[in-house]
Ligand binder design. Structure first.
Ligand SMILES: [Cu+2]
Length: 68
C-alpha cells in the first residue's frame, strides 16, 4: 500500500466530502480515503499495482471537483 495526499478545490460542505469519499472508495485498489473539508485534501491509501494517482484525480474531477 502507498498513500497519497491530493489537493481538492471546490468542496463546500460535508456532502461534497461524502461524494469525494464515496467515489474514491469505490475505486478498485483504494483501501482507505480520508477527505478533509478544512484542509481541502484527501489522504488516500491505495495499491499502486491496481490504481494510480492519475486515476484517483480523474474520479475526483469527474465528481465535479478540481484535484491536484
Ligand atoms: Cu457540498
Amino acid at each position: 500500500m502507498e498513500s497519497a495526499t491530493i489537493k481538492i478545490a471546490g468542496m463546500t460542505c460535508m456532502g461534497c466530502v461524502r461524494s469525494v469519499t464515496n467515489v474514491l472508495q469505490a475505486l478498485p485498489g483504494v483501501s482507505r480515503a480520508d477527505v478533509s473539508l478544512k484542509h481541502g485534501e484527501a489522504r488516500v491509501e491505495y495499491d499502486p499495482a491496481t490504481v494510480s494517482t492519475i486515476a484517483l484525480k480523474a474520479v475526483i474531477m469527474k465528481a465535479g471537483f478540481e484535484a491536484n
